[in-house]
Design a protein around this ligand. Structure first.
Ligand code: FAD
Length: 288
């Protein structure tokens, strides 16, 4: 049986309390939310924090609501809550598509969107969905809060813009009319991590794609934001030829690594094909 290295445990009662604990305990302290990524890493001794600050009582971070023209998700919202949210499914069906294929009910009952984004696993699905949705992330510290674009959030595999004494508090998704979105993933078996995955959000105007976001998972060292694919789509009327051009750019711009889930060329092919499929469904949803 794998056992973590010894650690001290503190249970935060508010965001301010969690932040002051992080400040006091220093860089060897780590937040724990659902624990579905951190605990396995601790058991494998890939992580050995001296202090765990448990944030599961911070109900102030557990919500999904519309506010100020945005859909706002608290960092402690669980996968299951995202999957069950009528509001999220209606405004951003990409998140329901993604949540249906993340892990299993056990993981979805406890794992949080904040933990998933902060883990920054390159194969993690919600980062690709957030990249496609042009999410903005609210990071809080004792000195106040700052808002970071999703494109600037990941600093590499398992690294984010969240500092050691900060907390990811909220995910903000811009709400616009005539929106459609979809997520497509290939996994080896139900509940597995992606071999490759693609998420697309489109915002239509007069039959053309006014704006678009394309994000990929598992085909780079962190979630891939496909700027060139977005550029070729923006302002154009949807067509199969246009989707082919965007899919080719998504495939060209990713950098998958060969592993037990498949060779580089297979993953690159999937990145293009899944982008094409997600585009078709996102546009159909926007127009439907
Ligand atoms: C068997 C299994 C299969 C899985 N399959 C998939 C899959 O197919 N797709 C997928 O996307 N994911 C998958 N996951 C990961 C799952 O989604 C986890 O729930 C998620 O990665 C981490 O969320 P958590 O709340 O459990 O985070 P934790 O494990 O509690 O924390 C993860 C990291 O984030 C930090 N952290 C947590 N919350 C915050 C915050 N608010 N602010 C700052 N830092 C924070 C922690 O300090 C830690 O470093 C799987 C996990 C398991 C165990």
């Amino acid at each position: 049986m794998q056992v973590p290295a010894p650690f001290d445990y503190e249970r935060a009662t508010s965001v301010e309390h969690a932040l002051s604990l992080l400040e006091r305990l220093g860089p060897e302290a780590r937040l724990i939310a659902g624990g579905h990524s951190l605990l396995p890493m601790m058991k494998l001794r890939l992580a050995a924090p001296e202090h765990l600050v448990d944030i599961n009582d911070l109900h102030e971070l557990d919500y999904i609501r519309e506010e100020a023209g945005e859909l706002r998700i608290g960092a402690l919202a669980r996968h299951r809550e995202l999957l069950e949210s009528e509001l999220l499914g209606r405004r951003f069906p990409i998140f329901h598509d993604a949540e249906r294929v993340i892990a299993d009910p056990l993981v979805r009952n406890r794992g949080t969107i904040g933990g998933a984004l902060c883990q920054a696993d390159p194969s993690e699905d919600l980062s690709a969905a957030c990249a496609a949705a042009h999410a903005r992330l609210v990071i809080r510290g004792l000195g106040g809060e700052r808002v970071v674009e999703m494109a600037d959030f990941h600093r590499g595999p398992y690294e984010t813009a969240v500092g050691p004494s900060e907390i990811l508090a909220e995910i903000r998704l811009p709400l616009r009319e005539a929106a459609g979105s979809a997520y497509e993933k290939v996994e080896r078996r139900t509940g597995d991590w992606a071999v490759a995955a693609a998420g697309v959000c489109v915002w239509m105007s007069d039959g053309a794609i006014a704006d678009v976001g394309v994000g990929l998972a598992a085909v780079g060292s962190s979630a891939v934001h496909c700027a060139r694919a977005e550029e070729v789509l923006r302002g154009e009327r949807p067509s199969e030829e246009l989707f082919d051009a965007a899919a080719d750019l998504a495939a060209a711009d990713c950098s998958p690594a060969a592993d037990q889930r498949g060779p580089v060329e297979y993953k690159r092919h999937l990145a293009g094909e899944l982008t094409r499929r997600a585009l078709r469904r996102a546009v159909a949803r926007a127009l439907g």
